[in-house]
Design a protein around this ligand. Structure first.
Ligand code: GUN
Ligand code: ZN
Length: 441
């Protein structure tokens, strides 16, 4: 065994989940905790990972070892649904989905026709993700191709694995936010050719939701998916009851909301549907049969009063699920805060969400939802070295609570209940430190 030229050596307490599971109660047996572990990174990838005792005599002498003594190192967290142009409008008062879109969202998104504005917000947005320990996200841009270029350029500068795309809308939105079926196709195609697979960038065909696309536009989106089968599809589904009734009005020939997307060839292994709060039984079956994924967005579902997502059903029906912050209907960039609210959403339905299950969804499960579990989600050899160094005692109250923790699972649960960006000490992307929390005074 020899590691002649690692880019970095990280020593500390590591926690990850080693394999995918079919049921929540199997997760605990796949949790891997190394009290004193070491990770070697070469060209952005994990080339060795083991107990310090096992590797310490095989390390090259000339590479400095970064040793985190008390912190907990976890895989970079994965946000499976977020809108970067909505960064500035978190906390917009008083509306539910459809009036919230018209009152706040559309005016905000109109600003992104200005490339300089898009660049400024894209950079702020990605830095905010990193500050919160999120290293990969599936992201809505706006209808403007400039907004997509701005995000991918900023992601490239940080070497982040980001999946994103131009929004498609050709009705029920302001003129300045509408394209046409033809323009949606042409602009998306050009962006796919420019960005998909370039470095760590991946493209998502992004119809906003069924009500803002004509049947012609959805057909063009389906055509693109056929022509570029390994790009993603990213949209919203069954978030709000008025929205669902509207879709049934607009598409009377389809049997339901998901059937609209299915009809136009937009379901599948790389399709991610945000929300899915009110799916009907046959829609759950269709999600399973097509291997489509759900982005569960608890802070958004509570903030907009959309409803309570039945997370347990994803296990019953074997449907892939990840966590989404859904900024700016969601209220926090932090996936720690997101699982805190996810727990309460399950409590209100009489279900439990364990710390390990939350951890699974935030890491390996999220990677699976994005069909990236061969590259991300844990510390398996060969995976991309995106990880987060967490301080579990970022406040006096947290320090007291952690000092009384009865087990690792209890410590993790307390972190998830009380934690946020204050707990993120540093974030690494592709083996490189890209965020360091300022020392507190
Ligand atoms: N449905 C259609 N567009 C949106 C959006 O921007 N946010 C949310 N939460 N739901 C939507
Ligand atoms: Zn959304």
């Amino acid at each position: 065994m020899s590691f002649s030229a690692p880019q970095a050596i990280i020593r500390g307490r590591f926690l990850d989940i080693q394999s995918l599971v079919n049921q929540a109660d199997q997760i605990a047996e796949h949790v891997r905790y190394l009290e004193d572990g070491v990770m070697l990174i070469e060209q952005g990838k994990i080339v060795a990972f083991d107990h310090w005792e096992n590797l310490k005599d095989h390390l090259p002498a000339h590479v400095e070892i970064t040793h985190y003594h008390e912190q907990l190192i976890i895989p970079g967290m994965i946000d499976t649904h977020i809108h970067y142009p909505q960064t500035e409008m978190v906390g917009a008062y008083g509306e539910q989905l459809l009036s919230w879109l018209n009152t706040y969202t559309f005016p905000t998104e109109l600003q992104f026709k200005d490339a300089a504005y898009a660049k400024e917000i894209a950079e702020f947005f990605l830095d905010e993700l990193l500050k919160n320990g999120t290293t990969t996200a599936l992201v809505f841009c706006t209808v403007h191709p400039e907004s997509v270029d701005a995000l991918f350029e900023a992601a490239q500068a940080r070497q982040m694995r980001v999946v994103a795309g131009k929004v498609l809308m050709d009705r029920h939105a302001p003129d300045g936010l509408c394209d046409t079926a033809e323009r949606a196709y042409n602009e998306s195609k050009a962006l796919i050719e420019k960005w998909h697979g370039k470095g760590r960038a991946l493209y998502a065909i992004t119809p906003r939701f069924a009500p803002t696309s004509t049947p012609e536009q959805l057909a063009r989106a389906g055509q693109l998916k056929q022509e570029f089968p390994d790009v993603y599809v990213h949209t919203h589904l069954s978030e709000n009851k008025d929205e669902i009734a509207w879709v049934k009005d607009l598409f009377p020939e389809q049997t339901g909301y998901l059937d609209v997307y299915q009809h136009y060839g937009l379901t599948g292994k790389r399709s991610v549907f945000a929300h899915c709060v009110h799916l009907e039984e046959h829609e759950w079956d269709c999600m399973h049969q097509t291997d489509s994924a759900i982005a569960f967005c608890p802070t958004s579902n509570l903030f907009l009063g959309s409803g309570l997502f039945p997370l347990k059903k994803t296990w019953d029906k074997q449907v892939k699920v990840g966590l989404g912050t859904d900024i700016g209907a969601g209220t926090s960039f932090s996936l720690l805060q997101t699982v805190n609210e996810a727990y309460k959403v399950q409590q209100l339905q009489g279900d439990k969400l364990s710390a390990y299950e939350s951890f699974y969804h935030a890491t390996l499960g999220g990677a699976k939802a994005l069909d990236l579990d061969d590259k991300l989600g844990n510390f398996a050899l060969g995976k991309e070295a995106d990880f987060v160094v967490l301080d579990l005692k970022a406040t006096a109250l947290q320090a007291l609570r952690q000092s009384r923790a009865k087990s690792l699972e209890d410590a993790l649960f307390a972190l998830f209940t009380m934690g946020d960006d204050r707990n993120v000490e540093s974030t690494y992307v592709y083996g490189q430190k890209v965020y360091q929390k300022a020392a507190s005074n």
